[in-house]
Design a protein around this ligand. Structure first.
Ligand SMILES: *Cc1c(COP(=O)(O)O)cnc(C)c1O
Length: 383
């Protein structure tokens, strides 16, 4: 294990100067195939669905940031989207297996589990994973995977990863943590006992809202080999251009996250003190039920803030129509601030299920603009 710290790893892991030219930046290897010296004699690359050097560099970088121990033969698999990563994990399961997932899971994850994997004989149970008793009730002997999101989306509940890992292990289930919201800069689930870490790299890892990608990270050599096999067999790979954009974005992950956290904290305090706001969800607020665990498990509270305005759905609609800096858009984790109404946007697919969210809930992805400008924008929009 390198002694380097996070910010240094982000810039150096997997990114040695190019051996043939000395290029300081990992090249975009825009090639589908690799010339062999003789049949089967090559430099480790045969075909770019299987491996591509730009992708390899990205995988090394992400694995190092999640604290993978190279001696344990773990690593990362970069994928064409976050959901492609989730689907690959789904392929680890067999008919009759059960997934336990959060009752406010990311809408796309819920859709994949409830409307795709379910058709292939995989059962699921949604539970409030922030409550240890509910987790104990939810897991059964057929539970093969417990899917954790923390902070959850969009209600930013905090799940005690170590506590859920202990329950999952008692029935022999794997634990996957969707670390999209926290990023490895704020939270390292493998060190808390998780088997798999999943990312929508589209969000904070990429950080600039300019590419769609995902990743899976594990310390388990067998799981890594199986996932690499599944990826090669099913094909959801990121291209070299997307891999390059991620490598580039991830270099600044630490400095961006510091600013996302500082801005989000200030905005959460501003909203909590404002009478035009009914309730604020942000794990950094001492009033938040997840605050204590978040303090223990994370090194910062992230850039996502959710709130309900005092005026209900009508007020929510006018607020999102009035912001100037906060763009009305789905997605999150970019340098620019975004605002949305999950019930009709990101979470429309969970309407009428246990995973439904309050209709007037507004979710903010707080960017790295100047915080005073962001607060003025919200102040004006609150009317
Ligand atoms: C966006 C997102 C996903 C899905 O990732 P894609 O890159 O859009 O496929 C999964 N989990 C969370 C928490 C997300 O925000």
């Amino acid at each position: 294990m390198t002694e380097d710290r996070f910010e240094t790893i982000a810039i150096h892991a997997g990114q040695d100067p190019d051996p043939t030219t000395g290029a300081a930046v990992v090249p975009i290897y825009a090639t589908s195939t690799y010339v062999q010296e003789a049949p089967g004699v090559h430099k480790g690359y045969e075909y770019s669905r299987t491996d591509n050097p730009t992708r390899t560099a990205l995988q090394t970088q992400i694995a190092a940031l999640e604290g993978v121990d190279p001696a344990a033969d773990g690593g990362a698999v970069a994928t064409s989207s976050g959901l492609a990563a989730t689907a690959l994990i789904g392929y680890l399961l067999k008919p009759g297996d059960r997934i336990v997932l959060p009752d406010d899971a990311y809408g796309g994850t819920f859709r994949l589990i409830a409307r795709v994997l379910a058709d292939h004989g995989i059962a699921w149970t949604a539970a409030d994973l922030s409550s240890p008793e509910k987790v104990v009730e939810a897991v059964t002997s057929d539970t093969k995977l417990v899917w954790i999101e923390t902070p959850t989306n969009p209600l930013l509940k905090i799940v005690d990863i170590e506590a859920v890992v202990a329950v999952a292990k008692s029935v022999g289930a794997l634990v996957a943590v969707d670390n999209t919201f926290a990023t490895p800069y704020l939270q390292q689930p493998l060190s808390l006992g998780a088997d798999l870490v999943v990312h929508s790299a589209t969000k904070y890892l990429g950080g600039h809202s300019d590419t769609v990608a995902g990743a899976i990270v594990t310390n388990d050599a067998e799981l890594l080999e199986r996932l690499r096999f599944l990826q090669n067999a099913t094909g959801p790979v990121p291209g070299p251009f997307d891999s390059y954009l991620l490598l580039r974005g991830i270099k600044t992950l630490g400095v961006r996250m510091d600013r996302h956290c500082a801005n989000a904290g200030a905005i959460a305090e501003f909203l909590e003190a404002d009478p035009r706001v009914d309730h604020v969800w942000y794990p950094g607020l001492p009033s938040d039920p997840g605050h204590e665990i978040a303090q223990r498990q994370m090194s910062g509270f992230g850039g996502m803030v959710s709130f309900t305005p005092a005026g209900g759905v009508e007020a929510a609609n006018s607020i999102v129509a009035r912001t100037r800096l906060f763009f009305l858009a789905e997605s999150l984790g970019g340098v620019e601030s975004l605002i949305e109404i999950p019930a009709v946007m990101t979470h429309a697919s969970v309407e009428g299920t246990d995973l439904e969210v309050p209709a007037s809930l507004i979710r903010l992805s707080v960017g790295i603009e100047h915080v005073d400008d962001l607060i003025s924008d919200l102040d004006r929009a609150l009317g």
